[in-house]
Design a protein around this ligand. Sequence first.
Ligand code: ZN
Length: 99
Amino acid sequence: MRGHPGGCSQGRTEGGAQMRYKVGAEQMEQVPSLAHRPDGVFRAARTTPVGPTHAVNAATGTVACGITARGLEVLDQDWEAAFFVERCPRCFAAVVARD
Ligand SMILES: [Zn+2]
């Protein structure tokens, strides 16, 4: 036994209060992936946004580009830091303009 299974490693605690916008995905897709670790392989089903994502105001829940947030899958992820997704250009412009 090496180390210990230290809980859920998902919670990298930065952001939090700093997060201004969350990722609002129009569609989600399940991506099964295998994670290789020293202590074995475990299956990690990830859900990934498909298509453009919108900036959902973390405080108010409104969408930066003005569309309705209804039907959006709001992820607990920082939209501004989410480089891995396609971003709605109108949201982008709105967020940048607000700085
Ligand atoms: Zn948008």
